[in-house]
Structures are given as C-alpha cells and as structure tokens.
Design a binder for this molecule. Structure first.
Ligand code: MG
Length: 202
C-alpha cells in the first residue's frame, strides 16, 4: 500500500468500557480528532516522546478509504496518547494535538484488503506477554458505516486516509523496553499481526 497518508481521522470513546475507564459519558455523536498523516509510523521500534512521562497505548482497528471513499482495507493502529499532556490540555480547554499527534504517534501494521461488506474484528494487545486489551468491533458505539458517513459529511477525506475506530478498555502506560504484540482476526478469517518494541525517543 501507499505509505504516504494525508489524514488520520481518529474516533475517541467509541467503546463503552473505555469511555467509562476514563470517567466519561458515552458520546451522543462521534468524537473525531485528527492525527497528522505524517504521524503514521511503519517501523517496529516505537520512540517515546520527551515531552511526556505517561504515553499510553490504545490499540485500534484502522480502516482505509479507497478512491471511492469506501472503506476497503484494515490494519492495526496504536493511537499513542500522552495522557499527562492530554489531561492538562483538557483541563485548560485546549486542543489535543500535543497529546495525540506527536512524532511517530500512530504505529501501524500492514493492511489487509476487505470485501465490500466489512467484517467485524476481534482485537487483542499483549504487553510483555500479558493480555492488556481485548475488544470486538461489534461493541462499537458508532459502527463502521456511521463513522464513515460522519467523517465524509464533515471533513475533507482523501483517498488513502485512515479511520481509527476507537480503543477498548485496558489502556495503559508504555515504558522503554516494552514488547507489544497486537493481533486482529476478522469474522471471515482475516488475520493481522504486529509486534513493536518501545525505545527512548530523541
Ligand atoms: Mg484512541
């Protein structure tokens, strides 16, 4: 796939259990924020930014827009979040960019092509062999098609853009040396696997 991505449209609080673990109400319409397309990161090493002491993993299913702006492929994404920075920005009523769109803040897997009727996926993330996140996209508050229509109605979506569909409960901090193993399996048997290692950024 073309590895140059213009926009990453990310959805917050799209699993009830994750909204609750952060102490939020369940949203009434999709909560969409932007990660820069250039925050996409294809390497196996995840460099932690220096401006945060509390970078959290959020495993998400990423869907890709094709030339007809239909969703036609899926991959794994980590919506890395500088939680300490985000809490401060939220308290001050400021935008989240520093917390969500720093360098290499969107590690990605390879993508698999999907049929027109998108299957659901089971997601799993292990950190240092311990299972930390499990989710199934049938649990989404706003499903794939609702998200697709919402994003297309409001934003200048381009071919190749990604839609991050939200994270299930179990998010937590990363530290240098952590080994991550992420996995997704669709109801139709598509498999996506990705490993990452956390390193100190510069
Ligand atoms: Mg997220």
């Amino acid at each position: 796939m073309n590895r140059t991505i213009q926009n990453i449209w990310a959805v917050g609080r799209n699993y009830v259990d994750h909204a609750k673990e952060l102490g939020h109400e369940v949203p009434k319409e999709p909560l969409v924020f932007l990660k820069a397309g250039s925050s996409a990161h294809w390497g196996e090493q995840i460099p932690l930014p220096l401006h945060s002491r509390d970078v959290h993993f959020e495993l998400e299913l990423a869907l890709r827009f094709n030339s007809s702006l239909e969703l036609d492929a899926a991959g794994l994404a980590l919506d890395l979040t500088a939680r300490d920075v985000q809490q401060r920005l939220k308290a001050e009523g400021q935008p989240w960019t520093l917390a969500k769109s720093f360098k290499a803040s969107c590690p990605l897997s390879e993508f698999v092509e999907l049929p027109q009727h998108l299957p659901h996926f089971q997601l799993e993330l292990k950190v240092n062999q311990q299972l930390r996140q499990v989710g199934h996209t049938s649990q989404l508050i706003f499903n794939f098609e609702v998200l697709r229509r919402f994003v297309l109605a409001h934003f200048p979506v381009q071919e190749g853009d990604l839609l991050l569909t939200g994270t299930p409960a179990g998010v937590g901090p990363l530290k240098v040396g952590d080994q991550l193993q992420a996995r997704a399996q669709s109801d139709l048997g598509h498999q996506i696997n990705r490993c990452w290692q956390v390193v100190q950024g510069g």
